[in-house]
Design a protein around this ligand. Structure first.
Ligand code: GLA
Length: 709
């Protein structure tokens, strides 16, 4: 029996003597009895097990049925099998009867490793369950082939039980420029299954699969949520069985024959990460954000960056880009990122991918003159790359046609954005791209790589598992060679966002749309998993390139303020008033970014969907910033009162409007306390319960509120 408890969460495992086991209960079948609210440390687990052992109904196995830590069909579990695979000739799945339990603890948390074997079937199975310092559960399964012949792995699924009172499900879907749209509904008997077959995480990936008590929101309700920490094909599911089990599970989605284990070989699943909170989705996110911040700490403040993509696209020339760097410096930017178009033959998106040396026609002296200018202007330098991709029209493919990833000898996969995938399973291809990247980082003082991946893997055979592992290895090798280089995970916007990649990169490109209305929603839901300071959030031009909507500087900037701020606008064209206004927002971001990178995210639950409130509260709750955005017109005359969550109920705070001045003018109609420069005082209790009354705010405007104890 094991009871792990941390940060308000308990994970309880009991041991059940399994039918036919020749061992006693000390090494019997492990059952996760409880994952959820913390229980007293001296809880009597044996007694809990007795209280939770179901009766034996008439039409059933002649023993009480409790699902073990692995969902075993051979033991009568009728939901999604935890393990599947086959050997010829031989069994389909192991029968795991006797387990060894080994507890451990380390800096990351407390855990237990459970191991079982089926010598007849030739499987050894290890299940690791860890409760991290943030109160997250990490579950991993390792399979080793202990038989004589090959073991063809089917699927390996980790699953965690949740309370039956969690009767509502929430997950996310999406597409290019509309990532992470929420969907929710009742949790019925059966499986709600989300499979992703993109060869990358996918724009439609559900970052979290959440189950909660009816009506749960950001700030209320009991919620259990799981995430599959993997950047390739994966499955996530919620399952309610007729036997009464309620499970959230998932794993890598393996193609047939994708993993074939030779005798003695092993497969390790990605982690299924579970986050429980008694107080809504914000609590779920707090734990996950803590995990990301611990696993991949940031060593310096996030520099405000300017990115060339929507400013110049493929139009690269030294004079124009140095002018852009100067204009960026004038609004306070600290990093200049040269996007797509700098490398050999890359004049548009039909050629060049794979040839990672600087195009001498455009850059006769390489990138040195540009980078030196950028440095003189006081900015550091970042560069766009897409290492896993090739164009057929590239020297690389002309020299090594066999390095293109393909599922059949007779034809290449269909093109997608005119590109193909480099087969990183090929040692020559892997070494080539690694060496090309290292050569760039050796030659140029590059502080940041925007690492893109602009197509799905289609018709590539059973290659995604190894391709994904090679991508991780590439990131790990580069990090060893150049530990100070920050990396952004981009995939046509937000197509590769998951904890596998977040453990190896420093921020994500949230979406290719920087339309502020779209971004308010996309960032809100992406932040379920990703801490705000790692969400790439840019101020675009007045008219959004992806939607045609026109927005004020203030609405665009307020929307990017609580992310990793960037500018993706041709700032050479700014009128002086626009420049001053934008510079004011950059200064505000620089002022609040230390708090942003350490604080707790709170998202308001407002009855009117037009109102989107995002806040970040200092760890000691002495201070907080809130952005109140109107993504539509409100139903009422002025939005209903806006609560400011996350403050200390016992302290008194000064609330004031901190929106930098500019073309938005006031953004509201009539008079309001927002105009009172000194602000007003209220308790954290009042601000959390009554909130503040805003005036009639125009649609597609936003205000910034600062709250200080
Ligand atoms: C992807 C990225 C964009 C940009 C282009 C360049 O679409 O998401 O931000 O870098 O590629 O080709």
């Amino acid at each position: 029996m094991i009871h792990l408890t941390r940060a308000g969460v308990s994970l309880v495992l009991a041991s059940l003597p399994a039918a036919g086991a020749d061992d006693d209960s000390a090494s019997g079948l492990p059952v996760v009895l409880h994952w959820g609210a913390a229980l007293p440390p001296d809880e009597d687990v044996a007694s809990l097990l007795a209280l939770h052992t179901p009766g034996v109904p008439f039409s059933a196995l002649d023993r009480p049925r409790l699902r073990g830590v692995v969902g075993e069909t051979v033991s009568g579990f009728t939901g999604t099998p935890g393990l599947s695979g086959h050997r010829v000739p031989g069994s389909v799945a192991p029968r795991l009867r006797s387990w060894t339990w080994t507890s451990y603890d380390d800096d990351a948390g407390d855990g237990v490793r459970l191991v079982s074997r089926d010598d007849e079937a030739g499987w050894e199975v290890g299940v690791d369950l860890r409760l991290t310092v943030e109160g997250l559960v990490e579950m991993r399964t390792t399979v080793t082939n202990t038989g004589a012949g090959e073991l063809v792995l089917g699927q390996v699924r980790n699953a965690l039980p949740v309370a039956a009172r969690a009767t509502e499900l929430l997950d996310l879907t999406g597409r290019w420029t509309r990532e992470r749209a929420p969907q929710r509904g009742p949790w019925r008997v059966g499986s709600h299954l989300r499979e992703a077959r993109h060869g990358r995480t996918g724009h439609d990936a559900t970052l979290l699969l959440a189950a909660g008590t009816p009506g749960f929101g950001f700030g209320h309700g009991e919620v259990w949520a799981t995430h599959v920490a993997w950047s390739g094909d994966h499955a996530a599911y919620a399952e309610r069985t007729v036997a009464g089990e309620c499970l959230l599970g998932g794993g890598e989605l393996l193609a047939e024959g994708e993993v074939v284990l030779a005798p003695g070989a092993s497969y390790a699943s990605p982690a299924l990460v579970g986050s429980y909170a008694a107080d809504g989705l914000d609590g779920v996110s707090t734990r996950l954000h803590g995990w990301v911040r611990r696993t991949r700490p940031l060593t310096r403040p996030r520099p405000v960056l300017v990115n060339t993509w929507e400013a110049t696209y493929f139009d690269h020339d030294l004079a124009g880009l140095t002018a852009l760097a100067d204009a960026a410096a004038a609004v306070g930017a600290e990093r200049f990122v040269l996007d797509d178009g700098w490398f050999r033959g890359r004049r548009d998106d039909r050629a060049g991918l794979g040839d990672w040396t600087v195009d001498r026609d455009v850059w006769p002296q390489g990138l040195h003159p540009l980078i030196e200018h950028v440095h003189r202007a006081g900015l550091d330098f970042g560069l766009w790359v897409e290492p896993e991709m090739v164009n057929v029209d590239s020297d690389l493919v002309r020299e090594h046609p066999g390095w293109v990833l393909r599922g059949r000898p007779s034809a290449l996969p269909d093109e997608w954005r005119h590109q193909q995938v480099l087969d990183l399973r090929h040692p020559g291809a892997y070494a080539h791209v690694r060496d090309a990247l290292v050569a760039l980082l050796d030659e140029y003082p590059i502080a940041f790589l925007k690492w893109d991946h602009n197509r799905d893997l289609v018709d590539v055979g059973a290659a995604v598992h190894e391709q994904t592992a090679a991508f991780y290895a590439l990131l790990d090798e580069l990090h060893l060679a150049h530990p100070d280089v920050e990396i952004e995970s981009c995939a046509s916007g937000g197509g590769r966002i998951d904890l596998g990649v977040l453990a190896r990169t420093d921020r994500v490109w949230t979406s290719d749309t920087i339309d502020a209305v779209e971004r308010q929603r996309i960032q809100r839901w992406t932040s379920l998993l990703v801490p705000l300071e790692r969400l790439g959030a840019h101020v675009g031009g007045p008219v959004a390139h992806t939607t045609g909507r026109r927005h004020t500087v203030a609405f665009r900037a307020a929307t990017a303020l609580l992310g990793h701020l960037g500018i993706e606008w041709d700032v050479r064209t700014l009128e002086p008033a626009q420049r001053d206004e934008l510079a004011g927002w950059v200064r505000l971001h620089q002022q609040l970014r230390p708090l942003l990178a350490s604080g707790r995210l709170v998202r308001g639950d407002h009855p009117d969907p037009a109102v989107v409130t995002t806040g970040v509260v200092a760890p000691d709750r002495s201070e907080a910033w809130y952005v109140v955005a109107m993504v539509d017109s409100t139903l009422t005359e002025g939005p209903a009162p806006i609560t400011l969550p996350g403050l200390d109920p016992a302290r008194r705070y000064v609330v004031r409007d901190a929106t930098p001045p500019g073309e938005q003018a006031t953004g509201f109609i009539g008079t309001s306390w927002l105009g009172d420069a000194a602000g007003h005082t209220a308790s954290g209790a009042a601000l959390g319960a009554l909130g503040v009354r805003m005036p009639v705010l125009l649609p597609e405007t936003a205000r910034v509120l600062h709250v200080r104890a």
